[in-house]
Ligand binder design. Structure first.
Ligand code: FAD
Length: 421
């Protein structure tokens, strides 16, 4: 059997690549080892699929800290607004939520997956599920896909869209790196990103704050000199092993990179009142305490942070629940405000790459042509999606990157195949 384009992997990047290739009128085969296509897509966004983001292109690129700039050329062909139009044309109405995040109006990730599958069907793309690819033999004018049962399939172009190593039960088990290496590509160090963080500190071990969410706090990752490397103001949550939530996930890759430099543990700092300057807060508190000497200090600061955290901070500052404002020393007030503005937590590890939302590292973007996604080393070979050394924050940026690179890879794989086979 011979095809013009074979796409390996039916995640968002492979589905989009197959659609783009078939739209050029070439004979296209999509192969996936799972029993269903789009398994990760179907559980994305908590089952609601944050399919893209409506922020301006410049902002979207900024939210892809792992080589987002590489995507400029691809975005000039197909960008986040094109993704929105694409789905609306397929009958999937999208709605915007906070931070520009776009979801299907139905809140069902399945609707996104089904729309892609229907489009593949209409375009006559051949699909083989339960079909793991074992190896690729690269040739001059055609390549050959080898399946697990040793069946061989010839093709003009190949699009490798098998994703990274995260959440392997969805099928992403890192199979593609070996195929990329075989074609001469460098695989940059793989690491977990958008991953919950582990702390062995007593406050975590004792479950003092477990389950507590903090809203709109500023979380910073500190370098060994105590300087903030990055700060993200969003929500976070204390868990039984450490911390998680949007602000933590965004900070996680910077923690991982500090680990890679041999710095461990890494200190996270949480500013619970990021919109108030420390000096102003001290002044305000002093005035309040002077005006309310008989009021308990706890009552005065109630509402600054959730009560469980408040009690923990008061205890850490040596202030009892009953202490009256008049009896709080300047030293204790300063300690309390310091804890409020600079709550620190040592991070000893991250959850594994398998538990991460996204895999950092991958096929080096230096070896891929940015406006076609073609290998710089091998004719008829294309990469798209998470297998590439590209990763974004949560917020729709990873599916966006997968679909944009998929679209460009599929289109160009089709065009090139016409002159190859
Ligand atoms: C729980 C979770 C929620 C997420 N939510 C969001 C979100 O809401 N928004 C967002 O932007 N990003 C989200 N992400 C990230 C996003 O889902 C991924 O970045 C994206 O799915 C990557 O797409 P991909 O096409 O590169 O690979 P994948 O989606 O990983 O798909 C790869 C496919 O390749 C197949 N495959 C692998 N090896 C072989 C082989 N040897 N032979 C044949 N087939 C093979 C697999 O079966 C799989 O179907 C989430 C991730 C997780 C884990």
């Amino acid at each position: 059997m011979t095809y013009q384009v074979i796409i390996i992997g039916g995640g968002p990047s492979g589905l989009m690549a197959a659609i783009a290739a078939a739209e050029q009128g070439v004979k296209t085969l999509l192969i996936d080892k799972g029993n269903k296509l789009g398994k990760k897509l179907a559980i994305s966004g908590g089952g609601r699929c944050n399919v893209t983001n409506r922020l301006p292109q410049e902002e979207v690129i900024k939210h892809i800290p792992g080589n987002g700039k590489f995507l400029y050329s691809a975005f000039s062909v197909f960008d986040n607004y094109d993704i929105i139009d694409f789905f609306e044309e397929l009958g999937v109405a999208l709605k915007e939520e906070d931070h520009g995040r776009m979801f299907p109006a139905s809140n069902k990730a399945k609707d996104v997956v089904n729309a892609l599958l229907n489009r593949l069907d209409k375009l006559g793309v051949e699909i083989r599920t339960n079909t793991p690819v074992k190896a690729i033999h690269y040739g001059d004018n055609k390549h050959q896909i080898i399946l697990m049962d040793n069946e061989k399939i010839d093709t003009g172009s190949i699009v490798i869209a098998v994703g990274g190593k995260s959440v392997p039960h969805t099928g992403s088990t890192g199979d593609g790196y070996a195929w990329a290496k075989k074609a001469g590509h460098t695989i940059t160090d793989l690491y977990p990103t958008e991953v919950p963080l582990i702390s062995k500190e007593a406050v975590i071990k004792n479950k003092t704050l477990q389950g507590l969410s903090l809203r709109d706090v500023a979380v910073s990752v500190l370098n060994p000199k105590g300087k903030a490397i990055i700060t993200h103001q969003m929500d976070m949550i204390f868990t039984h092993f450490g911390v998680s939530g949007p602000a933590i996930l965004r900070c996680s890759q910077y923690v991982v990179k500090e680990f890679m430099k041999g710095h461990r543990p890494v200190v996270l700092e949480v500013d619970n009142l990021p919109d108030k300057k420390e000096n102003e807060l001290i002044e305000e508190m002093r005035k309040e305490m002077e005006n309310n000497p008989k009021k308990s200090f706890r009552n005065l600061v109630k509402g600054f942070v959730p009560e469980r955290l408040l009690d923990y901070l008061l205890q850490s500052a040596g202030i009892s629940k009953e202490d009256k404002s008049a009896n709080i020393s300047k030293e204790k007030l300063l300690t309390f405000i310091q804890l409020l503005k600079h709550f620190s937590l040592s991070i000893h590890d991250t959850q594994s790459i398998e538990k991460a939302f996204v895999t950092g590292g991958g096929v080096s973007i230096k070896e891929v042509i940015p406006n076609t996604m073609q290998s710089k080393f091998m004719d008829g070979l294309y990469f798209c999606g998470e297998i590439l050394d590209i990763h974004g924050y949560t917020g729709g940026y990873n599916i966006t990157s997968a679909m944009v690179t998929g679209r460009v890879a599929g289109m160009n794989a089709a065009w090139e195949s016409m002159s190859r086979i």
